[in-house]
Structures are given as structure tokens and as C-alpha cells.
Design a binder for this molecule. Structure first.
Ligand code: ZN
Length: 173
């Protein structure tokens, strides 16, 4: 399966860089990666571009920004941003697998709500680099914040480290 991602995600990462380091930051990133900035929100691009932007962030700015960027992106992606104001965290996570496949053409996400006050997200064939895992950690944390849910998120299994999939466990109140 071709690994592609919607332009809206790439644009949200670039927007994060712009907010943090200004237009100069975006230019430096695009120049370093040999990219031209004309991603269209509704079109699909090679997911390698997303990975490269994340690698660039981690390499030039610091590892901690991978997570921060994921948090920013989930809060600024149109689809989720307007919706979550009206929902609790359970409703949001139930919609997550479908939202995922609208944005990414590869991999699969499942949500396990079988335990009380615990949510387990499993990402199959999604992450190939550690920075991507960290950005998903940020996405989960951002989702908690957006729904005013108190809780904690950990990556409890990781494809990059040899597990069958990446698993993010959310313990919430
Ligand atoms: Zn992982």
C-alpha cells in the first residue's frame, strides 16, 4: 500500500513551525528537505514528507518538539478541532479510526474501550520512526486537553522497537 498523507497534515506541521520559528523557520525546513510549499489540504502526498519534517524538527530544534508538534496538529486540524468542543473523550476516540483513514492512506488504527477509564489505541503499520511515535503521543495528549479530560498517556508497545504495533494507553479520570 502506498503510504500517503493528506496535505492538511503537512500544512498543519508547517503551521506549527511558523508559529514557533516564524516564516524563516518554514523556509529553512523546506529548503533543507528540498520541498516547495504548495501542499493542498485535500490532496495526498508521500508520507515520507511528514517523516522528514518530523526528523528535521527533532534534528535542528530538539527531540521534545516531536510531541509538541503532534499536539498542535491535532488541535489545528479542521475536522477534529470544531467537533471536539461538543463531545466527550469516548465519543472522540470512537470516531478516531475513521478520521485516521480519511487522513492517511496506509496503516490502521483500532480503539479498545473495554477497560473502565482506560483507552488503548493501537496503530498498525503506521510508525517507522521514533519521531512519528512521539508525535502520536502528542496527538493523544492534545485530544485529552481538547476535551478537558484529566489523564495520562504512555506508549506501551512500539513497532519501531520491535512490537507488532504501537499502542498508546490513556488512563483518564
Ligand atoms: Zn511506536
Amino acid at each position: 500500500m502506498e503510504r500517503r498523507v493528506r496535505g492538511s497534515v503537512l500544512n498543519a506541521y508547517l503551521k506549527y513551525i511558523r508559529v514557533k520559528w516564524g516564516e524563516g523557520g518554514v523556509k529553512a525546513c523546506l529548503k533543507d528537505l528540498g520541498l516547495t510549499h504548495d501542499f493542498k489540504d485535500g490532496e495526498y502526498y508521500h508520507d515520507e514528507m511528514r517523516e522528514n519534517v518530523l526528523r528535521w524538527l527533532s534534528r535542528t530544534k530538539g527531540r521534545e518538539y516531536s510531541q509538541d508538534a503532534g499536539k498542535y496538529v491535532v488541535k489545528n486540524l479542521g475536522i477534529l478541532a470544531w467537533m471536539v468542543r461538543f463531545v466527550n473523550v469516548q465519543t472522540l476516540v470512537e470516531k478516531f479510526p475513521q478520521n485516521y483513514s480519511e487522513v492517511y492512506t496506509f496503516g490502521k488504527v483500532t480503539v479498545d474501550l473495554s477497560k473502565d477509564k482506560v483507552i488503548a489505541f493501537r496503530l498498525y503499520d503506521v510508525n517507522r520512526i521514533e519521531e512519528s511515535c512521539l508525535s502520536w503521543l502528542g496527538v493523544c495528549k492534545g485530544a485529552l486537553e481538547m476535551t478537558n479530560t484529566k489523564g495520562d498517556v504512555r506508549e506501551t508497545k512500539c513497532l519501531v522497537k520491535g512490537d507488532q504495533y504501537c499502542e498508546f494507553t490513556v488512563d483518564y479520570e
